[in-house]
Design a protein around this ligand. Structure first.
Ligand SMILES: Nc1ncnc2c1ncn2[C@@H]1O[C@H](COP(=O)(O)OP(=O)(O)OP(=O)(O)O)[C@@H](O)[C@H]1O
Ligand SMILES: [Mg+2]
Length: 371
């Protein structure tokens, strides 16, 4: 799928902008603070109805203006579509092909977008929380049901922790929560286990391409209990319940739940060593990229076509060889690259590319210009 054009009125530092994009590579170039990320932010908003930078819709309205209008014309395998979003101080309206939709849910799947920011390069170095969040987002994008189970799990966990903190412990209620936590938890473990299995295949393939076949990448799921490939929900649920029972005494002491899917992690190995411990920075970054890019293939496998890829400020973080490998492996994907540096333009020599020079909310478009 790809985005053909974008219209922004009063969005961040844009007054009234209409631009048409390239089906393949769109290079958004400009100095810091000129409005590069603002453009990709608006593209992302059309995929899930909200920004990736803020949860407060009104923040994206231009300073001193009351409302904004944002629209995009896109094409996917099934249709030509038109998405419009209007935000004013109190409400947000979304239209799909001129018809208002009442739930953001209806917008999902029209324009799939994967965004990659510099923080994503830290995926391997960061703590388990970031890796869990990566896995959770990936699974939710492909299977929205997973997200609901996760919300229920977190709610129940919160309630259990409240009991652990209370003065008079209600043991009967604690038993009830242990059961529902184990039930939600076992569903989540199965989703994660099966997803990581799929991710492994795709990711190893992507990583081989990006490293010229030199590195073999494996991802291991590390839950808090022993989980086998063919463990049933019932098995896993029992194991979780046992774990909760065994740790109850300690949980009461520390007033929180020590074990559970909220503490899961993954380990990433290259050629059989743990790269969090032994990998170079470059290897860790590259593995993070492979994991993130696998999302493109997983979405393609699921919905039949590639999503749009946004590389916000990550391109200049890679060396030239890796930049080339990345671009050459994404021929069928519409890509938006934002960068403050002009010096790596030659990477795109053999591609169809349009450059957008951004200067204080003004855009100058150059078709295959300068390359
Ligand atoms: N609601 C808003 N109204 C008007 N201008 C805004 C609003 N929000 C942000 N800006 C302006 O947008 C600019 C930042 O835009 P953006 O984040 O897209 O920059 P950038 O080109 O990506 O920069 P960098 O290279 O540093 O990432 C800033 O000048 C900021 O003042
Ligand atoms: Mg930026």
């Amino acid at each position: 799928m790809y985005l053909e054009s974008l219209k922004l009125i009063n969005f961040r530092n844009y007054d009234d902008l209409h631009i048409e994009f390239n089906k393949n590579i769109n290079l958004i170039v400009g100095k810091n603070g000129q409005g590069k990320t603002n453009i990709v932010e608006s593209i992302y908003m059309m995929s899930i109805g909200k920004s990736f930078r803020t949860n407060k819709d009104r923040e994206v309205i231009k300073f001193n203006r009351k409302s904004l209008y944002l629209a995009g014309q896109y094409k996917n395998n099934y249709r030509n579509g038109f998405i419009e979003i209007i935000i004013d101080k109190n409400k947000k309206g979304i239209k799909l092909n001129k018809v208002s939709i009442s739930k953001v849910y209806e917008l999902l799947g029209n324009l799939n977008v994967v965004i990659f920011s510099p923080e994503d390069l830290m995926l391997i170095k960061d703590g388990p929380r970031q890796r869990r969040s990566f896995i959770d987002k990936e699974i939710s994008q492909i299977m929205p049901k997973y997200y609901n189970i996760l919300v229920n799990y977190n709610k129940t966990l919160h309630q259990r922790n409240n009991i652990l903190k209370s003065k008079n412990i209600d043991y009967a209620l604690l038993d009830v929560y242990d059961e529902s936590i184990s039930s939600y938890g076992s569903d989540i473990i199965i989703f994660r286990r099966d997803f990581i299995k799929k991710l492994n295949i795709v990711c190893n393939d992507v990583h081989k391409k990006l490293t010229d076949n030199k590195e073999d990448l494996k991802i291991y799921y590390k839950p808090q209990i022993l989980v086998n490939d063919n463990d049933s929900k019932e098995n896993i649920e029992n194991k979780l319940l046992n774990k909760l029972k065994l740790s109850r005494e300690n949980d009461l002491k520390i007033k929180s739940t020590k074990y559970g899917i909220h503490k899961d992690d993954i380990e990433i190995y290259i050629n059989d060593f743990d790269i969090k411990k032994y990998g170079s920075q470059g290897q860790q970054r590259m593995a993070s990229i492979s994991m993130k890019l696998s999302e493109l293939n997983l979405i393609k496998n699921e919905v039949g076509e590639y999503p749009i890829l946004i590389l916000d400020d990550v391109f200049s973080e890679l060396d030239e060889t890796r930049q080339k490998l990345l671009i050459n492996n994404l021929k069928e994907v519409q890509i938006f690259v934002t960068t403050a540096e002009k010096n790596h333009m030659n990477i795109f020599k053999n591609n169809e590319v349009t450059i957008f020079n951004i200067d204080d909310g003004q855009v100058v478009k150059i078709e295959n210009g300068g390359i």
